[in-house]
Design a protein. Sequence first.
Length: 97
Amino acid sequence: MTIVISPKIRGKLATKHNVKPEEIEQCFANRRGEYILDVREEHASGQPTYWFIAETYYGRKLKIAFINEHGNVYIRSAFEPSEAAIQNYLKGGGGVI
């Protein structure tokens, strides 16, 4: 699996969310719950978008949204989740972060 972050997304992650690419990699390595399919209309794209919440090696929780295509993971966004998102993930994502 290769994690792909476009220059546009990389810029948004740095300036808007203060998220580094290595933090995204750490979250994928630390993920314990399931991937959740994002079915919200406002986030629809040509490909199914999935998300999960996991911690970095330093305990920072991040919500990672991505598209999985041909063995590559294309990052759509990554940011600190709201408490509602955490609760939603705990209910639908296997009960663990």
